[in-house]
Design a protein around this ligand. Structure first.
Ligand SMILES: Nc1ncnc2c1ncn2[C@@H]1O[C@H](COP(=O)(O)OP(=O)(O)OP(=O)(O)O)[C@@H](O)[C@H]1O
Length: 293
């Protein structure tokens, strides 16, 4: 599978999504850079999942354009659509595994869909490899989802998302419901896979530790658009009230201090050590957003 060399794998411009009278996105724009882990945050119901579904073609927006790996999703014809779907993998909230199939059979589903010519032996071999890559023991291949813990289900979902050797990986709240040790392990796995496989990762999360530990940049959804995107230091230097409350609230400070302790930076001064210049911050925030800088 060749990987096209377009500079930005996901480009979204002026996206509008509405359900009846309920506007979810109004003029949302966002660019995801090749090889980054982009964290996507925002309050509940701000449209993070709807955004992800729009990018992968499961939600047809009212207007705006979405280009993925150089191909327009918003103008896609059916044939284009099938071709491009093989180049991304998705871990939905809760894993979305088929309960009547084993883990191995779940991983084989996309392989059978996109490569019907592959024989059973090869399919089993690829599935077993993906299961192992996702940090599950070999015997998990033959288990049913109901026999797995929450963390193992996430890993099984990840194995299926990796089935087709994707260039893009979409993760919707991958650490939700995991205990802190399991969540940290999943973060490390995500980072290791991204580095080893050269993935670009679009990661929706409420988990501040995940943002601090593995995200290269963070996009903030509020006011029906992306109000800011940048590194955490850049976001910290903005004065948007939601961003300040999110990153400088008690949980945000705890995640930052914990990260600072682990990396050896001065604990109490982590905020200052991480702070970006006002110039960087000014470039980061969408000034048209209500409450923006
Ligand atoms: N198919 C749909 N029909 C009608 N409304 C929808 C549909 N899908 C999503 N919505 C609405 O769109 C809004 C955004 O939903 P979405 O799931 O994207 O939020 P989110 O930011 O991912 O939230 P959370 O952090 O709670 O998961 C919500 O108000 C939701 O009720």
């Amino acid at each position: 599978m060749t990987h096209a060399a377009s500079p930005d794998p996901i480009v979204i411009e002026n996206l509008v999504n509405r359900f009846g009278d309920h506007a979810i996105h109004e003029g949302l724009s966002l660019t995801v850079r090749r090889g980054e882990i982009l964290g996507v945050v925002g309050g509940s119901g701000t449209g993070k999942s709807v955004l992800m579904r729009s990018i992968i073609g499961l939600q047809v927006p009212e207007s705006g354009s979405i280009t993925v790996l150089g191909r327009s999703i918003t103008d896609a014809q059916d044939d284009d659509d099938i071709d491009i779907r093989a180049r991304w993998g998705v871990l939905f909230q809760g894993g979305a595994l088929f309960s009547t199939l084993t883990v191995g059979e779940n991983v084989e589903v996309p392989l059978r869909e996109f490569y019907p010519e592959l024989g059973d032996d090869l399919l089993h071999e690829i599935a077993a490899y993906k299961v192992m890559l996702s940090g599950l023991p070999e015997e998990a291949v033959g288990k049913y989802p109901a026999e797995l813990s929450g963390g193992m289900k996430k890993r099984a979902g990840l194995a299926r998302a990796l089935a087709l050797d994707p260039e893009l990986l979409f993760l919707d709240e991958p650490t939700a419901g995991l205990d802190p040790i399991g969540a940290a392990a999943f973060d490390r796995l995500t980072r290791a896979l991204q580095e080893t496989l050269g993935l670009t990762v679009f990661l929706i999360t409420h988990d501040l530790d995940t943002l601090y530990e593995i995200c290269d940049r963070v996009a903030v959804l509020a006011d029906k658009r992306v109000i800011a995107v940048g590194t955490i230091p850049e976001l910290l230097a903005t004065d948007h009230p939601w961003i300040q409350e999110y990153f400088n609230g008690p949980r945000g400070r705890a995640a930052r201090d914990s990260r600072a302790r682990r990396t050896g930076a001065a604990g109490g001064g982590a905020g200052e050590a991480l702070a970006a210049t006002p110039r960087q911050a000014a470039d980061t925030v969408d000034k048209s957003a209500p409450g923006g800088a």
